[in-house]
Design a protein around this ligand. Structure first.
Ligand code: ISJ
Length: 103
């Protein structure tokens, strides 16, 4: 069944046509995908933090430094593909890996 939106109806109101219903279904599906992606991103970030901390701990146990700046510059350059926000993201990841030692 197709109904028409009343004149002057706002876009964010309840769907009143097949087109609006289809768009809402699309948005619901895309939001599900975003939720799935966020779960995966969180899982991978936690894994990255763990690996980064283990490398740092092993290096320090061997008498080395906790931080290797040229390696961190490579990480910043890699995420720089996403622009300034990418570099911010890289900094957040590096800081998470440093844990309390980096604060
Ligand atoms: C993980 C390492 O140790 C530290 C953490 C890094 C990271 O989280 O990417 C990079 C360099 C180091 O400061 C490493 O040396 O590779």
């Amino acid at each position: 069944m197709t109904t028409r939106a009343p004149e002057g109806a706002e876009h964010d109101e309840e769907p009143v046509s097949d087109v609006d219903t289809a768009e809402t279904a699309d948005v619901d599906q895309l939001r599900d995908e975003i939720d799935w992606l966020d779960d995966e991103i969180l899982r991978l970030i936690k894994r990255r933090v763990d690996v980064s901390r283990r490398i740092g701990a092993a290096r320090m146990a061997a008498g080395g430094t906790r931080i290797v700046y040229n390696r961190e510059m490579d990480v910043l350059t890699r995420y720089g593909e996403l622009g300034p926000e990418g570099r911010q993201l890289a900094m957040a990841l590096l800081n998470l890996g440093r844990g309390r030692l980096g604060r």
